[in-house]
Design a protein around this ligand. Structure first.
Ligand SMILES: *Cc1c(COP(=O)(O)O)cnc(C)c1O
Length: 470
């Protein structure tokens, strides 16, 4: 057909709208958006005709155009932020939202968001209170700190602490600790933004107490230790311990701060999880200030927690940056509930999903893997080969980078002729979205990070994806 005829066959916006409005939920769609999407689809068709991609009139039928515009509008109106089934085995996956909140934290979020709350009111006196008061005592009790402050994330905590304690002054840091944690948090850059001057000492692999001592001068305001988070220097190394730094700090009248990254509050050594100091240990080793995340190993909402000596915390609380970094009632609600779980350590390990996933017994993961594998075998039949293989999970979130967490994976080897990359993409785009791993032309699902209750949903997501090939 010639282009002019096809262009004449293009339906009008009204013709298409009429088809959509006949649908059950058609009238509920915000009209402006619907019209916009209909126009978009018609414009694309017009371009298709002009560029010779559309050669027949069948796709110009108002009903067909209506279907297309309807689905596009629905997709546009559905939330961008969606749940994802995390089958990667990375417990604290920053890109997947880090810590999964406990039931108590989720319930608290609902309760507090439903109405007003006493965020900044002292209910006994009726006077203005402090939003931090709801968690400070708890944090102090759990960590042994004198005082605490909470901000939006640990990056903000470090920036606030450095700006308060060392703006215009020098901060001494080992070269082995000038780390980058995820895209935009790099110790030297945060230091610069805080107004403090970085004084690097030692080398990448070895830094001795003497290196710190020699660097101390008139302008020194702080000795800083940074948890190397996502990497480890191995082999020919020497690290100056926090205790040594504290002794030097005391001798010279300088505070010692540690950016601990993750906020481990329970020693999980008995579960084979070693190599991560707890906040309590660092405070009792004498650190004057310790900062850590709320949504890493602590297992709560995004937040930055600053603990330490009263005089330093008090100075930070008065810094205008604290107002800029302040947390809202939702963070407070989820954080308080998460911290309350820690009052009973055994309970915390069960209730806080991050901890529960880390200490999950292998047999439990294996049982979940069998369950998933059986279900997949029955629905996929000859479309994929299903097997269970041992593997390793990761703590993630920059914590415990070299810890090996033995796990079980369900491996899917598609026999449909479709590439694993394509299947992985369809799974990601599915409803619900699923993220797994890919290795050696197989899709791998790590059951450590998939809850029992998610298995059936995962099965359905996989089934839907494979159904698209038939
Ligand atoms: C993760 C991390 C940060 C940043 O914490 P956020 O809560 O993500 O802002 C800073 N320092 C260290 C050592 C970290 O591991």
């Amino acid at each position: 057909m010639d282009k002019h005829q096809l262009l004449r066959d293009l339906p009008s916006v009204d013709q298409v709208l009429e088809k959509i409005l006949r649908k059950e939920d058609g009238k509920k769609i915000p009209h402006e958006i619907l019209v916009e999407k209909v126009r978009e689809v018609i414009a694309e068709l017009r371009r298709g005709i002009q560029e010779g991609r559309i050669k027949t009139a069948e796709k110009l039928d108002p009903a067909w155009v209506g279907e297309k515009a309807y689905h596009r509008t629905k997709a546009y109106l559905s939330p961008n932020l969606r749940p994802v089934i995390n089958a990667t085995g990375v417990v604290l996956h920053t890109n997947l939202g880090r810590a999964v909140l406990s039931q108590a934290a989720r319930e608290s979020l609902l309760t507090i968001s439903r109405g007003y709350c006493n965020l900044e009111i002292d209910l006994d006196t009726g006077n203005r209170g402090s939003r931090y008061s709801h968690v400070v005592e708890l944090i102090c009790r759990l960590t042994g700190a004198e005082d605490a402050l909470v901000v939006n994330n640990n990056a903000a905590a470090v920036l606030l602490a450095l700006n308060t304690l060392a703006c215009g002054k020098e901060v001494i840091v080992s070269r082995g600790q000038l780390v980058e944690i995820g895209g935009s948090f790099r110790v030297p850059e945060v230091m610069q933004a805080s107004g403090a001057k970085l004084v690097e000492v030692g080398t990448t692999n070895k830094t001795y107490l003497e290196d710190y001592r020699r660097a101390i001068g008139e302008e020194t305001a702080l000795l800083l230790k940074v948890h190397p988070s996502n990497y480890r220097v191995m082999g020919f190394t020497h690290d100056t311990s926090l205790e040594e730094m504290v002794a030097l700090g005391r001798e010279k009248g300088l505070p010692v701060m540690e950016d601990l990254g993750s906020g481990f509050l329970i020693d999980l050594r008995t579960f084979g999880i070693t190599g991560e100091p707890t906040v309590q240990e660092q405070l009792s080793a004498g650190a004057d200030v310790v900062t850590f995340s709320g949504d890493k190993l602590l297992g709560g909402p995004q937040g930055g927690i600053i603990v330490g000596k009263k005089e330093f915390i008090a100075r930070m609380a008065k810094n205008p940056l604290t107002r800029a970094f302040r947390v809202d009632k939702l963070t407070m609600a989820a954080l308080e509930a998460t911290l309350r779980s820690y009052l009973d350590k055994d309970q915390a390990i069960k209730e806080i999903p991050t901890l529960a996933m880390l200490v999950q017994p292998r047999e439990e993961i294996e049982r979940k893997a069998r369950h998933l594998a059986q279900r997949l075998e029955s629905i996929l039949e000859s479309r994929a080969r299903v097997s269970i293989i041992p593997g390793m999970s990761q703590a993630g979130g920059g914590a415990l980078p070299i810890l090996e967490l033995p796990t079980f994976l369900v491996a899917l080897e598609p026999l449909s002729g479709r590439g694993v990359e394509e299947i992985a993409r369809l799974l990601r785009q599915g409803e619900p979205s699923v993220m797994g791993r890919i290795a050696e032309e197989r899709l791998l699902f790590d059951l450590r990070t998939v809850a029992e209750g998610e298995i059936e949903v995962l099965v359905q997501a996989i089934e839907k994806t494979f159904a698209q090939f038939n």
